[in-house]
Design a protein. Structure first.
Length: 467
């Protein structure tokens, strides 16, 4: 696989997490050649440890416990947790000829065969399914980016002809300039991460940057069911870029579209229709997963995956861990782990996957301060019981009660107690659903830890019922 050979010069790296370390290791291998020096400024919360020692041993300069920057640099690479509106970011811009994010850096180093997926919700499922299609067609592909694998860490091992299937967050896209995937997907734009971007307009603009370099021969897959996305699609079309309209609510016009006709998944590319399969033939539940499947199918078909391979992949693909993940059934009660449902839109979509009046939902965690009006109405109308917990629990409970409806609203201090309360009120044919609408940081290190506890509690409950 062709790699960049241009000189990088003096490199500044902001942040000493996994992203910063991966870029530092990559650059350190090139010290004395393309790279003149590598300096990492860890940030105020960074501290000494084995990682700092390792990077120093590789020839890097590591500065910890500070956001102060001195000297001049040819290139700065910011970790995604550092907002472009922060003083840390702005100071770095003053000391570097150019400041970019890690996906942009990785693309410049290895620009061949990228596809990219973004959206407030659904991007992990769509990314994973897209990669599965490519792999089953015999194409070498791997998921990278926000999905968990830092892209720069995979460049040196990348083989000729391989594909990067990149899940990209708004944080990562905000600092892109030259990133140019062959297919770019935007699933939806709903309020999230406003504390990082400052406004919803900035957040949407960051998402739109996934299309900024698309041109002839490329494909933009953009939702028609989302107001923000429709506006973005109009601007992308105006540049002459080919747009595949994605919808689960209507049948879009035009030569390129991915949509539902009744329950049938249809992808139309270049005017040719491909009837894939019925929603009932998919293991994935929920209308939102039909949308994810359509987006992944359009992407795969555009890059040359055979239609039958797409059909087979859709039939066999299961739910991802922590995303509407079935995790046990006993006494007629099902347990579903949707710990990845960290915002209100994700939870509203999850609720559509289950029968109204038979849902016992666990909601709560770290309060991101988002508006709860729409979520509260959905919970009040579709759930039998809502158990609210954690720092955000009282605010969520109050919003659901104010929305009216028939849902019983209960409150507990932590998730463990919330689970116990949920199973105490669950009856046969109910689904006990963890879909918290919040991040996990009031009680857990991350959403995975939260989901693992829920699954452990569900397994213990099911074992107890069976015995």
């Amino acid at each position: 696989m062709a790699k960049n050979t241009e000189k990088l010069g003096r490199v500044l790296i902001l942040g000493l997490g996994g992203t910063g370390a991966a870029v530092a290791r990559y650059c350190a291998k090139r010290l004395g050649g393309r790279v003149e020096s590598v300096t990492i400024v860890g940030g105020k919360a960074s501290h000494e440890g084995p990682l700092a020692e390792e990077l120093r041993s590789l020839g890097c300069t590591v500065q910890l416990g500070t956001e102060d920057i001195e000297g001049a640099y040819d290139l700065a690479v910011a970790s995604p947790g550092i907002s472009e509106f922060s003083s840390f970011f702005q100071t770095a811009k003053e000391h570097a000829s150019e400041l970019i994010g890690e996906p942009e850096f990785a693309y410049r180093e290895s620009p061949e065969n990228w596809v990219a997926i973004t959206g407030t919700n659904g991007k992990t499922t769509t990314t994973t399914l897209s990669c599965r299609f490519l792999e089953e067609a015999g194409m070498q592909a791997e998921t990278v980016g926000n999905i968990g694998t830092i892209i720069t860490s995979r460049i040196d091992e990348r083989q000729e002809g391989s594909w990067f299937v990149a899940e990209l967050s708004s944080f990562q896209l905000a600092t892109t300039k030259k990133l140019h995937p062959k297919v770019a997907v935007l699933l939806n734009v709903t309020p999230d991460h406003i504390e990082w971007h400052k406004t919803l307009e900035n957040y949407a603009a960051a998402k739109e940057k996934i299309f900024q370099n698309l041109g002839e021969g490329d494909l933009a897959v953009i939702s028609e069911d989302d107001e923000w996305c429709r506006a973005i699609a109009g601007r992308v079309r105006a540049r002459g870029v080919r747009v595949c309209s994605l919808s689960v609510k209507a049948e879009p016009e035009g030569p390129d579209a991915a949509f539902l006709r009744g329950d049938e998944l249809i992808v139309r590319l270049g005017g040719a229709e491909h009837d894939l399969l019925s929603r009932q033939d998919m293991v994935l539940e929920g209308i939102h997963n039909a949308e994810n499947a359509l987006a992944a199918s359009a992407l795969a078909l555009h890059v040359g995956v055979p239609v039958e391979t797409v059909r087979q992949g859709l039939r066999s693909f299961h739910a991802l861990e922590h995303r509407i993940e079935p995790c046990g059934e006993a006494g007629g009660i099902r347990f579903v782990n949707d710990s990845k449902g960290t915002n209100t839109d994700a939870v509203e979509k999850a609720l559509e996957a289950f029968r109204p009046g038979h849902i016992v939902i666990l909601l709560g965690g770290h309060d991101k301060g988002t508006d709860l009006t729409s979520l509260a109405k959905k919970v009040a109308s579709r759930c039998r019981v809502a158990v609210c917990y954690g720092a955000a629990g009282p605010r969520i409970a109050g919003a659901i009660r104010a929305a009216g409806g028939t849902a019983e609203v209960l409150e507990e201090p932590h998730m463990r107690e919330a689970f116990a309360r949920a199973v105490s009120v669950a009856i046969p044919e109910d689904v006990v659903l963890l879909s918290p609408a919040c991040s996990s940081f009031d009680e857990f290190h991350n959403m995975e830890e939260r989901g693992e506890l829920f699954k452990k509690l569900a397994a213990e409950y099911c074992a107890g019922v069976r015995s």
